[in-house]
Design a protein around this ligand. Structure first.
Ligand SMILES: Nc1ccn([C@@H]2O[C@H](COP(=O)(O)OP(=O)(O)OP(=O)(O)O)[C@@H](O)[C@H]2O)c(=O)n1
Ligand SMILES: C[C@](O)(CO)[C@H](O)COP(=O)(O)O
Length: 252
């Protein structure tokens, strides 16, 4: 449990260096716009909306890092929020590791938030931070599934439409779809990334997965429908509809 008079300093790393292959041709995904504003800007505002977050580190597509710096220079953020931009790597894992290297020593809690989840509400961000402050070394927001999930024997490379034999049907009530921001005790996250990098490993699809492999506990807090990941073209339509509804409801 943290000292309320000296809350632990908290930073958010935003991996934004992906190409967005599944979204189709165009600019890198984080720079694609939602109702006229780049997805990355929405994501930065979502992190800066939390009063606990005093630093946002954006991990930019390497070729676009100068442009991203310019974009963010003009962005009005609360006075409490500093911002830094670093070039990213080949994988999400590498991009997050590069972002972590830019974090000063006095930061105790680190959030890792996909630029591709631009609409996460501040209440979800704060719930994650609160759980880390309460002593959990790793916290992920997540939602129960609505689809039934099958484990399959994947089709061989080059044959994506082959029928795939079902291996198992996991009990749905025990499954959760994991979102971001994921929150960590800083030392735990840095240790997990160092260990994975030293092992030459890349395979965890989220940071919490790396912490699990270290044997450290990871807990889930409730996620939010609007924290969905913009991955395929239909997600852009949904994201713009959410923004339009917010504007209609409260002028956001
Ligand atoms: N080398 C990479 C790959 C991904 N990411 C970031 O990690 C987040 C989650 O990744 P994903 O949604 O898979 O983005 P992309 O890798 O861009 O998507 P795709 O797999 O369709 O290319 C995104 O904010 C993305 O920008 C990153 O910083 N560096
Ligand atoms: C981190 C993540 O958003 C949690 O759901 C997800 O694992 C990222 O996966 P992607 O394949 O890089 O989109």
């Amino acid at each position: 449990m943290s000292d309320v008079s000296h809350p632990p300093r908290t930073a958010a790393v935003i991996p934004a260096a992906g190409r967005g292959v599944r979204l189709g041709p165009g600019a890198p995904k984080a720079l694609r716009t939602l109702n006229g504003t780049p997805m990355l800007i929405h994501a930065v505002r979502a992190m800066a909306a939390s009063r606990a977050v005093t630093l946002v580190v954006v991990v930019a597509p390497p070729d676009d890092a100068p442009g991203v710096k310019t974009l963010l220079t003009d962005l009005a953020l609360p006075d409490r929020t500093d911002i830094a931009v670093v070039p990213g790597g080949e994988t999400r894992q590498e991009s997050v590791r590069l972002g972590l290297e830019a974090i000063p020593d006095d930061i105790e809690i680190v959030l890792v938030h996909d630029a591709a989840r631009p609409l996460v509400p501040v209440d979800t961000v704060d719930a994650v931070i609160e759980a880390v402050r309460d002593g959990a070394p790793a916290v992920v927001p997540a939602l129960p599934l609505t689809d039934t999930v099958k484990e399959v024997e994947p089709a061989p490379p080059g044959h994506p439409t082959d029928p795939e034999p079902v291996v198992a049907t996991p009990e749905r009530a025990r499954l959760r779809a994991v979102q971001t921001p994921q929150g960590f005790d800083r030392d735990t996250l840095v240790n997990a990334h160092r260990t994975m990098a030293a092992a030459g490993g890349d395979g965890a699809t989220d940071c919490a997965g790396m912490v699990e492999r270290l044997g450290a506990p990871v807990v889930v807090v409730p996620g939010h429908e609007e924290a969905f990941k913009v991955t395929r073209p239909l997600d852009l339509v949904l994201a713009e509809a959410v923004l339009a509804r917010r504007r209609a409801n409260d002028g956001f």
